[in-house]
Design a protein around this ligand. Sequence first.
Ligand code: KIV
Ligand code: ZN
Length: 386
Amino acid sequence: MLDTNVQIFDTTLRDGEQVPGCKLNTEQKIIIAQQLDELGVDIIEAGFPVSSPGDFNSVYEISKIVKNATVCGLTRAVQNDIKVAAEALVKAKKPRIHTGIGTSESHIKYKFKTTPEEVIVRAQEAVRYAKSFVEDVEFYAEDAGRTENEYLARVCEAAIKAGATVLNIPDTTGYCLPSEYGAKIKYLRENVTGIHNVILSCHCHNDLGLATANSIEGVINGARQIECTINGIGERAGNTALEEVVMVLKQHPYLNFTTNIKNKLLYQTSQLVSSQMGMYPQPNKAIVGANAFAHSSGIHQDGVIKNRETYEIMDPKDVGVTESAIVLTARSGRAALAYKAKKVGYELTKLQLDIVYANFLNFADRHKDIKDNDIHQIIESSGLYK
Ligand code: KIV
Ligand code: ZN
């Protein structure tokens, strides 16, 4: 019987940090790692230690300070990578080496210029070598999304035999449809000997905007770890957004999955990562975007003012946002104006509201952004209090 708890593996500091122009120094990475630990992520992928002395140092320092989460370092299926990762993780309470190799036809033929059989041998050797340093070894089959299922199953079986504890099935290019990705996970669960002793992990990229849907489909089909980043940052169109998968699982309790994430810290964590990276999510980003809980059209505002649930499927407080925003625009109605007027200190009668509303529309047609002070001005200049 599969556990219902889904492990959250955060790779903001590794795959996420591959965003052009968002390089973090060790100090910044430590700040983010502390927040991730506080947020309740199960695994923090702290970096790719062999890639540079700076990355090695970050993984080493993060390993020293993380209290609860497993700390993970990425490697290729290369002995020196693995040895260096083990050195960087030496101070971690719970170290994990994440090693692997490309398994799709293009990786085997063009990147490695080798054969499928040779890739299986390299995969097995890498896991075995990693296992000589740490107990917890995760194996990734890069580009598994475009790897033929039967061959992928053979690679996975070899990795399990060599001692892998977690199997990562990345949709590296973000190509799979949710139904295909889910079917891939199901196929592996049904066709790989020893699969029941390891955790299957989803690692989905967002090139077609399907990373969250694919990860959820993976979990429904038997994966129990999701690899993701805060705000969905990462190369190209990014990775699965942590805040999205966590809230999908929370808001659909009948699916019967839990995570260890303290969801009330999601917004704060998003803001911290954004400020450290100098890159904020687009305003309409699910869960953490500036407009995620903002209502601007009259019909929606009226509905939300009467009952929040009319247009909100989650309570903003559940992700750490203080309250929904009623944003006044030329599409706003009287209900929203009365609501905002009350917030800035005016209880308007119906007649007063009619007068102010006409002036408000006049102003709103000429201005994109209407601030509390503007409402104040519009009311005061409407001649109600003379
Ligand atoms: O997208 C990918 O395949 C990866 C692996 C290196 C895990 O990031
Ligand atoms: Zn990736």
